[in-house]
Design a protein. Structure first.
Length: 157
Protein backbone atom coordinates (compact mmCIF):
# COMPACT_ATOMS: atom_id res chain seq x y z
CA UNK A 1 0.00 0.00 0.00
CA UNK A 2 1.19 3.47 -0.89
CA UNK A 3 0.17 6.62 1.01
CA UNK A 4 0.12 9.90 -0.90
CA UNK A 5 -1.31 13.38 -0.68
CA UNK A 6 -4.49 13.90 -2.66
CA UNK A 7 -2.75 17.07 -3.89
CA UNK A 8 -0.40 14.81 -5.87
CA UNK A 9 -3.26 12.73 -7.28
CA UNK A 10 -6.04 15.25 -7.90
CA UNK A 11 -7.44 13.03 -10.66
CA UNK A 12 -9.06 11.01 -7.84
CA UNK A 13 -11.11 13.91 -6.48
CA UNK A 14 -14.22 12.99 -8.47
CA UNK A 15 -14.16 9.39 -7.19
CA UNK A 16 -13.64 10.54 -3.60
CA UNK A 17 -16.43 13.12 -3.84
CA UNK A 18 -18.76 10.37 -5.12
CA UNK A 19 -17.74 8.07 -2.24
CA UNK A 20 -18.40 10.82 0.31
CA UNK A 21 -21.66 11.89 -1.27
CA UNK A 22 -22.97 8.32 -1.48
CA UNK A 23 -21.91 7.55 2.10
CA UNK A 24 -22.74 10.76 3.96
CA UNK A 25 -24.35 13.40 1.82
CA UNK A 26 -27.07 12.05 -0.39
CA UNK A 27 -30.06 12.46 1.90
CA UNK A 28 -30.77 15.64 -0.01
CA UNK A 29 -31.07 17.90 3.00
CA UNK A 30 -27.35 18.26 3.68
CA UNK A 31 -25.02 18.62 0.73
CA UNK A 32 -25.25 18.25 -2.99
CA UNK A 33 -22.61 16.29 -4.87
CA UNK A 34 -21.23 19.63 -6.09
CA UNK A 35 -20.92 20.85 -2.47
CA UNK A 36 -18.95 17.72 -1.57
CA UNK A 37 -16.75 18.11 -4.64
CA UNK A 38 -16.02 21.79 -3.87
CA UNK A 39 -15.08 20.97 -0.27
CA UNK A 40 -12.71 18.32 -1.58
CA UNK A 41 -11.21 20.75 -4.08
CA UNK A 42 -10.16 22.97 -1.18
CA UNK A 43 -8.00 20.09 0.12
CA UNK A 44 -6.31 19.31 -3.19
CA UNK A 45 -3.80 22.15 -2.92
CA UNK A 46 -2.48 21.42 0.58
CA UNK A 47 0.27 18.95 1.35
CA UNK A 48 1.03 18.43 5.02
CA UNK A 49 -0.59 21.70 6.09
CA UNK A 50 -4.17 21.59 7.34
CA UNK A 51 -6.62 21.06 5.86
CA UNK A 52 -5.46 18.27 3.57
CA UNK A 53 -6.46 14.84 2.35
CA UNK A 54 -4.34 11.79 1.80
CA UNK A 55 -5.06 8.56 -0.01
CA UNK A 56 -4.01 4.93 0.03
CA UNK A 57 -3.36 3.23 -3.30
CA UNK A 58 -2.16 -0.15 -4.41
CA UNK A 59 -1.03 -0.82 -7.97
CA UNK A 60 -2.50 2.56 -9.00
CA UNK A 61 -5.88 1.56 -7.57
CA UNK A 62 -7.43 4.03 -5.14
CA UNK A 63 -8.37 2.17 -1.96
CA UNK A 64 -9.22 4.83 0.62
CA UNK A 65 -8.97 8.41 1.78
CA UNK A 66 -8.87 10.47 4.99
CA UNK A 67 -8.66 14.13 5.94
CA UNK A 68 -6.93 16.17 8.61
CA UNK A 69 -8.77 19.42 9.11
CA UNK A 70 -9.96 22.13 11.46
CA UNK A 71 -13.23 22.27 13.43
CA UNK A 72 -15.52 19.66 11.93
CA UNK A 73 -18.39 20.05 14.37
CA UNK A 74 -19.85 23.56 14.63
CA UNK A 75 -21.18 22.91 18.16
CA UNK A 76 -17.65 22.25 19.44
CA UNK A 77 -15.38 25.02 18.09
CA UNK A 78 -12.98 24.39 20.97
CA UNK A 79 -12.15 21.02 19.36
CA UNK A 80 -9.69 22.34 16.81
CA UNK A 81 -7.96 19.47 14.98
CA UNK A 82 -9.99 16.69 13.40
CA UNK A 83 -9.54 13.42 11.58
CA UNK A 84 -12.47 13.01 9.22
CA UNK A 85 -13.64 11.53 5.99
CA UNK A 86 -12.02 8.16 6.67
CA UNK A 87 -13.40 6.09 3.84
CA UNK A 88 -12.33 2.76 2.35
CA UNK A 89 -13.77 1.60 -0.96
CA UNK A 90 -16.06 -1.38 -0.39
CA UNK A 91 -13.81 -3.60 -2.58
CA UNK A 92 -10.90 -3.03 -0.18
CA UNK A 93 -12.51 -3.26 3.24
CA UNK A 94 -11.10 -5.80 5.67
CA UNK A 95 -7.56 -5.35 4.33
CA UNK A 96 -6.24 -2.94 6.98
CA UNK A 97 -6.64 0.17 4.82
CA UNK A 98 -8.52 2.15 7.48
CA UNK A 99 -5.82 1.32 10.03
CA UNK A 100 -3.15 2.60 7.61
CA UNK A 101 -5.15 5.81 7.08
CA UNK A 102 -5.62 6.48 10.80
CA UNK A 103 -2.01 5.65 11.66
CA UNK A 104 -0.86 8.03 8.93
CA UNK A 105 -3.12 10.76 10.30
CA UNK A 106 -1.66 10.26 13.78
CA UNK A 107 1.90 10.51 12.40
CA UNK A 108 0.99 13.73 10.58
CA UNK A 109 -0.61 15.13 13.72
CA UNK A 110 2.56 14.36 15.68
CA UNK A 111 4.73 16.01 13.02
CA UNK A 112 2.51 19.11 13.07
CA UNK A 113 2.61 19.30 16.88
CA UNK A 114 -1.12 18.66 17.23
CA UNK A 115 -1.76 17.74 20.86
CA UNK A 116 -5.42 16.65 20.61
CA UNK A 117 -7.05 15.07 17.56
CA UNK A 118 -10.81 14.57 17.44
CA UNK A 119 -13.11 12.49 15.29
CA UNK A 120 -16.76 11.60 15.23
CA UNK A 121 -18.06 8.19 14.33
CA UNK A 122 -21.03 5.89 14.41
CA UNK A 123 -21.30 3.39 17.27
CA UNK A 124 -20.11 0.41 15.21
CA UNK A 125 -16.71 2.11 14.73
CA UNK A 126 -15.98 3.02 18.36
CA UNK A 127 -14.02 -0.18 19.08
CA UNK A 128 -11.96 0.21 15.91
CA UNK A 129 -10.90 3.76 16.79
CA UNK A 130 -10.36 2.78 20.44
CA UNK A 131 -7.92 0.11 19.25
CA UNK A 132 -5.90 2.97 17.71
CA UNK A 133 -5.78 5.02 20.87
CA UNK A 134 -8.90 7.19 20.55
CA UNK A 135 -11.12 7.55 23.62
CA UNK A 136 -14.86 8.29 23.54
CA UNK A 137 -15.72 11.74 24.92
CA UNK A 138 -19.48 12.06 24.43
CA UNK A 139 -22.39 11.70 22.05
CA UNK A 140 -23.25 14.56 19.73
CA UNK A 141 -25.98 15.48 17.29
CA UNK A 142 -24.48 16.08 13.86
CA UNK A 143 -27.16 17.24 11.43
CA UNK A 144 -29.70 14.87 12.94
CA UNK A 145 -27.35 11.90 13.30
CA UNK A 146 -26.15 10.88 16.74
CA UNK A 147 -22.40 10.30 16.65
CA UNK A 148 -19.71 9.69 19.23
CA UNK A 149 -16.93 12.24 19.46
CA UNK A 150 -13.60 10.64 20.30
CA UNK A 151 -10.21 12.10 21.18
CA UNK A 152 -6.62 11.02 20.66
CA UNK A 153 -3.90 12.61 22.77
CA UNK A 154 -0.52 12.96 21.14
CA UNK A 155 1.99 11.77 23.70
CA UNK A 156 4.81 13.22 21.57
CA UNK A 157 3.30 16.72 21.21
Amino acid sequence: MEIAYLADHSQHLDTIAKWYYDEWGNEGQRLSYQDVYEKGKARVTNKGQLPFSFIVKSDNTLMGVAELKYTEHENYPEYVHWLGGVYVCSNHRGKGVARVLVNNAQKHAQALGVKLLYLQCDDHLINFYASLGFKPLHKADYNGDITTIMIWENSHG
